[in-house]
Write a protein that binds this ligand. Structure first.
Ligand code: NOJ
Length: 439
């Protein structure tokens, strides 16, 4: 049966991130972040756009929560902007920022929507430099500890980091994200410091003995080998090691995959006790899934691999649509994470959405994308993979990092030309009907 019927306790939510939706960058005592700096550097972002206004969600969070409520979502994953709470990353607390998130949480709880809070979605306070600075890990620990204490009665689900692959490799090696560096050593150093930050925060959480669960969100990258040739199979395995297991293995096994140092010819700056500090039990793992790729051995690239062409239709991001990859990824992740609970913390597609004159968005491609991926979620549950929830990316069209506002991922259209007016797209109504078991 191809019915999309899920049990009542399956969590359905939408996800967003602070810098992508809040705007109000100079309000409420917020400190500057590396994304403010990066987006204001000419040439870094499509059209030189930035998150200064974004969706103006800082002011319009009640309206956004009303959309979640109207569509029937039971959960909302969003991130705290670290620099609203600690404008300089450490020490001095900004009460206005702290209270802002209390108001947001209060509004969610009033509407019976469970908050899933991401503590770090890439907006590092500028005062901390960047993740090559080991001090960031300790600053994050203190920020996290403050949040656990401050919000423990409202928040029961914590996500330490979002996609550390992006805040290390994409930011420090590929140069596409803030701070936009291109240095392999920096990338691997940052990855290690992010892992340490995560582990130290989990330890603080356990020490406080507060009610709730804690996990991390990874953009699992498990490319398939583009042929059965030995070198391609080995390089696909290496891709998994240095793009995903570099985060999963230290958390679950207390070690890094050995190929990283040998293949990349560098040293991970591990200090005494680091691996123990990272190897902390977590309660769930978040997986962001968008696509699956195929790789081939390539002598000329530092990672010794290149992505090859595919036959599938692609999204506006140019990403192949591979719903079955979601199931393959879930199987692999489940295997590598000791059968702990899994949430899809992001899944969705960018489309060329058109707002009609009668104020509708008929995003049929996105509906099909959700339908196919949700069918594989069901299949995973039938296979007894402990998949507990699904968050659509995203509640709103928003600032898509280096792509600015040119890519729309929302189930709600944001009319940037018209005071950021929100218009629920057909895909939003589709997900409502999934939650009502009508599909
Ligand atoms: C993953 C990131 O967490 C999110 O910020 C981004 O917008 C989506 N992928 C789409 O690229």
């Amino acid at each position: 049966m191809n019915d999309l019927v899920f049990k009542d306790n399956f969590v359905f939510g939408c996800a967003t991130a602070a810098y992508q939706i809040e705007g109000a960058v100079n309000e409420g005592g917020r400190g500057k972040t590396i994304w403010d700096d990066f987006s204001h550097t000419p040439g870094k972002i499509f059209n030189n756009e930035n998150g200064d206004i974004a969706c103006d969600s800082y002011h319009r969070y009640k309206e956004d929560i009303a959309i979640l409520k109207e569509l029937g979502f039971s959960a909302y994953r969003f991130s705290f902007a670290w620099s609203r709470i600690f404008p300089n990353g450490v020490k001095e607390i900004n009460r206005e920022g702290v209270d802002y998130y209390h108001s947001l949480l209060e509004e969610l709880l009033k509407n019976n929507i469970t908050p899933y809070v991401t503590l770090y979605h890439w907006d590092l306070p500028s005062a901390l430099g960047d993740w090559t600075n080991r001090e960031c890990a300790y600053a994050f620990r203190d920020y996290a500890k403050f949040c656990f204490k401050e919000y423990s009665s409202e928040v029961k689900n914590w996500i330490t980091l979002n996609e550390p692959f992006c805040s290390s490799i994409v930011s420090h090696y590929q140069g596409r994200h803030a701070p936009g560096h291109q240095d392999l050593n920096e990338a691997i150093t940052s990855a290690h410091h992010l892992n340490l930050a995560h582990g130290l925060a989990v330890q603080e959480f356990r020490k406080l003995n507060i009610e709730g669960k804690i996990g991390i969100t990874i953009n699992t990258i498990y490319p398939q080998a583009a042929s059965k040739l030995k070198e391609d199979v080995l390089i696909a395995d290496f891709a998994k090691a240095c793009q995903t297991d570099i985060f999963i293995s230290p958390i679950f096994k207390g070690e890094y995959p050995s190929q990283i140092e040998s293949m990349l010819k560098l040293k991970i700056p591990i200090e005494k006790d680091d691996l123990n500090n990272i190897n902390q039990k977590i309660d769930f793992i978040g997986m962001n899934y968008y696509s699956e790729s195929l790789v081939k051995y390539d002598e000329n690239s530092p990672f010794k691999m290149k992505e090859v062409n595919s036959w599938q239709k692609t999204t506006e991001m140019g990403w192949s649509i591979v719903p079955k990859g979601l199931l393959r990824f879930l199987r692999t992740l489940n295997n590598d994470t000791d059968n702990i609970d899994i949430y899809i913390t992001e899944n969705g597609m960018a489309c060329n959405d058109i707002l009609t004159s009668d104020m509708r968005v008929h995003d049929t491609d996105r509906i099909e994308y959700f339908r196919q991926h949700l069918l594989y979620c069901k299949k995973a549950i039938e296979e007894k993979i402990p998949l507990k929830g699904y968050f659509a990316w995203s509640l709103l069209d928003n600032f898509e990092w280096a792509y600015g506002y040119s890519k729309r991922f929302g189930i709600t259209y944001v009319d940037y030309q018209n005071n950021c007016k929100r218009i629920i797209k057909d895909s939003g109504y589709f997900l409502r009907d999934v939650m009502l078991s009508l599909i």
